[in-house]
Design a protein around this ligand. Sequence first.
Ligand code: HEC
Length: 131
Amino acid sequence: MRMIPIALMACLGLAACVEDPEVAGPMAFAQDCAACHGSDAMGAGDFGRTLIRQPPDLTTLARRNGGVFPRDYVMSTIDGYVRGAHFSAAMPVFGAGDMGPTIVVENADGTGTPVPARLLALADYLETLQR
Ligand code: HEC
């Protein structure tokens, strides 16, 4: 099982079915991220422009990472699990508690990692925006 069954797993796992990942990602982004990163994710939104450190363009994450979307980096940046020492304190930590029911995502070695549905939807959505 890799990325495709996720939507299916979300549906098997309770009420998450109403939250279609393809809709949930853009919605979560509009709600929680667009004010800073811009509704097109390409840079400063209205609030982002007021910050000392400008929110980066989130559509070039893959390009800036040798063409590979840095999924783990993106998810741990959003939930605050791993952030560099000099990472701006302006961006809130979106803790697992606020991210909805968890979905078990299968790793390459066959083990599973529980990931909050909203976090996964956000990462999937950002991946679709890469140019
Ligand atoms: C209050 C403003 C604010 C909000 C809201 C916000 N961010 Fe950020 N974000 C920032 C800033 C500022 C940085 C740059 C931090 C730094 O490099 O020090 C950043 C950095 C990032 C990075 C790292 C980008 C890179 O180029 O390394 C990702 C990924 C990211 N944000 C995703 C999100 C997502 C997804 C959301 C919504 C769930 C979100 N952010 C909400 C301000 C915000």
